[in-house]
Design a protein around this ligand. Structure first.
Ligand code: IPE
Ligand code: IPE
Ligand code: MG
Ligand code: MG
Ligand code: MG
Length: 324
């Protein structure tokens, strides 16, 4: 039940997946193998295994679903990097920059299809439930990503709309990971929903943290270009809090930064100065903490044995204190 063992198990599964991957053309095999091995926290597959373990499941039944969730996640990242025009991920070139956009689109598609194929291994008793949750989630991620793109061109996004958007693009996949993990332990009652709620709240605070790291993290650790969200006019929580608390003069400066052509580092520097002035980081962290409290509340309601409870809590806390 040790975290390092769960992580190692996932890594081995990814290695095996890469070894056996044979999509007829190396044009697709190679970028997929590359992307899966340049890093990644593997947090979602770990959540699948943990949900299986806290409900005393047979871990072997959770391995393929865990890999499926990680492949699906990598599919969303490959397409997200095209949409966000991101050249760097996990400290390395993104697939569409190293190869090209068509390759990144098809590799993403192939990963998504492989994720569905892996779920075919689920027992008949849970197969339909697993598929239902997975497909619902996949569709929600698409909606969340479209909202994220729509918001780039809007200046009157509310914090409520933002929270809904990040729930869809990010949090529901964590929820699905834990729910499917619970299913593999044959937990299909309200406890499966509770552990899903825990993971969704955790996912919302995780995405808020992702927004914070994008502009306040250490670039070498985060592995993405610092301030990428600012360059793309993303309506992150920091941006919304800045717009909300700015006086007219500052608001005009923000508008100018968003609407005119600037050299990226200049734009990021100027926006970060505004963020500092308006102390948006502290305010964003308050939101992050409040969602983490909701996550803990859901976790408490599960009334797990102490050891299992501690395992989940410690993992969730480590995510909240991450540097990448
Ligand atoms: C990045 O997810 C995309 C978000 C939903 C914020 P991760 O931060 O889990 O990315 P990896 O897999 O560890 O690289
Ligand atoms: C990613 O959100 C959400 C999905 C990939 C579905 P971001 O665009 O903020 O993720 P990063 O920062 O590129 O990892
Ligand atoms: Mg994005
Ligand atoms: Mg992105
Ligand atoms: Mg981000």
């Amino acid at each position: 039940l040790q975290l390092s063992l769960l992580r190692q198990r996932i890594e081995n599964e990814i290695d095996n997946f890469n070894k056996e991957l044979s999509l007829q053309t190396d044009q697709l095999n190679q970028p997929i193998q590359y992307f899966l091995k340049i890093g990644g926290k593997r947090m979602r597959p770990i959540l699948v295994l943990m949900a299986n373990q806290v409900f005393s499941g047979n871990i072997e039944k959770a391995i393929k679903p865990a890999l499926a969730i990680e492949l699906f996640h990598n599919f969303t990242l490959m397409h997200d990097d095209i949409m966000d025009k991101a050249s760097l991920r996990r400290g390395q070139s993104t697939v569409h920059t190293k190869w090209n956009e068509n390759i990144a689109i098809l590799c993403g598609d192939a990963l998504m299809i492989e994720s569905y194929r892996l779920l075919e291994s689920c027992d008949d008793a849970i197969y339909k439930l697993v598929m239902k949750s997975f497909s619902k989630t996949a569709s929600e991620v698409c909606i969340g990503q479209q909202l994220d793109m729509d918001f780039e061109n809007s200046t009157n996004v509310s914090i409520e709309q933002y929270l809904e958007m990040i729930k869809l693009k990010t949090a529901v996949l964590l929820g699905c990971a834990m729910k499917i993990g619970a299913y593999t332990a044959h937990i299909t009652d309200e406890r499966a929903n509770l552990i899903e709620q825990f993971a969704i709240a955790l996912g919302v605070s995780f995405q808020i943290d992702d927004d914070i790291l994008d502009c306040f993290g250490e670039e070498e650790l985060v592995g993405k270009l610092k301030g990428g969200d600012i360059v793309a006019n993303k309506k992150t929580l920091l941006m919304l809090l800045a717009i909300q608390s700015a006086d007219n003069n500052t608001k005009a400066k923000i508008d100018a930064l968003m609407n005119n052509q600037y050299e990226p580092t200049q734009k990021v520097g100027a926006m970060l100065e505004i963020y500092e002035q308006l102390e948006v980081r502290i305010k964003a962290e308050a939101y992050k903490n409040s969602y983490f409290e909701s996550a803990k509340h859901a976790l408490n309601q599960l009334q797990l044995p102490t050891e299992q409870y501690q395992l989940l809590l410690a993992f969730a806390e480590s995510l909240m204190n991450r540097k990448f």
